[in-house]
Design a protein. Structure first.
Length: 46
């Protein structure tokens, strides 16, 4: 069983087809409005 709420929420996010999880990444910019966002993300080397 999960040991904390963070693990449960992470699993829920991963299971949601409307959400993409980018690990080891940095948000560079966010623009737009509710329901229509554009986000620039830089994926850092592993």
């Amino acid at each position: 069983p999960p040991t904390c709420g963070l693990e449960i929420n992470y699993r829920r996010l991963r299971a949601n087809r409307h959400v993409q999880v980018y690990t080891n990444s940095e948000v560079l910019s966010v623009s737009g409005e509710a329901g229509n966002f554009k986000i620039k993300v830089r994926k850092n080397p592993t």
